[in-house]
Design a protein around this ligand. Structure first.
Ligand SMILES: [Zn+2]
Ligand SMILES: [Zn+2]
Length: 241
């Protein structure tokens, strides 16, 4: 009862607004109906391995995209994203990343929980957020991937390890590069500080947006070298290719 009054009062002082367009919301939630509709959620059918949307199943009934079907080795066990990154949802992610809109985190973490259901059903031991270099962390005040990882951890009951994987090399933002340059930019940028915490673990790597995957791949590679049993990748969004 008291809580209800308190909540009503809060809503009166800070009316609930859609996190994407700012329109007042008259019901509980984070987004207005129009904004939900605009988001290009990745729904089945998608590749069981890399999570890429696919049009139809292969002839043998396997849920694999052409690229995964032709590949024997992957650096990850499974990869999933909640939606395709585009102009309709850019501000949700960028606001969270650069403009202190950390209230977006609960919504985005809830999306991660849904998108990662295949991963959770396979089982995982720890969640590892993609780290920032400390100089960038000081500038931005927080690491968006850590906030997402913490929120998700509470929702799914898998602990977060935010100290074992570190970014020891200061790199230029990946958006400044393309293709091969991105690979080189993050080469040898990460290391594992406490390999004993990583050894034998099934790890879920968390990031906000997956673009070419160079950063994630580099992280996965050092975690594997440190003895990780498997790597799953879970991101809020991925760019269409
Ligand atoms: Zn809206
Ligand atoms: Zn695939």
């Amino acid at each position: 009862m008291f809580f209800e009054i308190f909540e009503k009062l809060l809503n009166f002082i800070f009316p609930r607004r859609c996190l994407k367009c700012g329109k007042s919301l008259f019901e509980d939630g984070y987004l207005c109906d129009k904004c939900v509709e605009e988001i290009n959620f990745i729904t089945p059918p998608y590749c069981y391995k890399c999570g890429h949307p696919i049009n139809e199943l292969t002839a043998d009934g396997k849920m694999l995209c052409a690229s995964c079907a032709g590949k024997k080795r992957h650096f990850f066990r499974m990869m999933r994203s909640a939606f395709v990154y585009d102009n309709s949802n850019k501000n949700l992610i960028l606001g969270f990343k650069f403009f202190d809109k950390t209230e977006n985190a609960t919504l985005l973490a809830a999306m991660l929980k849904i998108a990662g259901k295949d991963i959770f059903s396979q089982g995982a031991d720890i969640i590892v957020p993609v780290p920032l270099h400390y100089s960038r962390l000081i500038k931005r005040k927080y690491n968006q991937s850590v906030i997402l990882a913490d929120k998700l951890s509470k929702m799914v009951g898998i602990p977060v390890d935010r100290f074992s994987l570190i970014r020891h090399k200061k790199t230029r933002p990946q958006v400044e590069f393309s293709g091969r340059q991105r690979v080189n930019n993050v080469k040898n940028a990460f290391s594992v500080k406490n390999p004993e915490n990583i050894k034998g673990k099934r790890i879920i790597l968390i990031d906000d947006v997956l673009t070419t995957g160079s950063t994630i791949k580099e992280c996965a590679s050092v975690l594997k070298k440190a003895g990780a049993k498997s790597i799953d990748v879970l991101t809020v969004a991925r760019t269409a290719d």
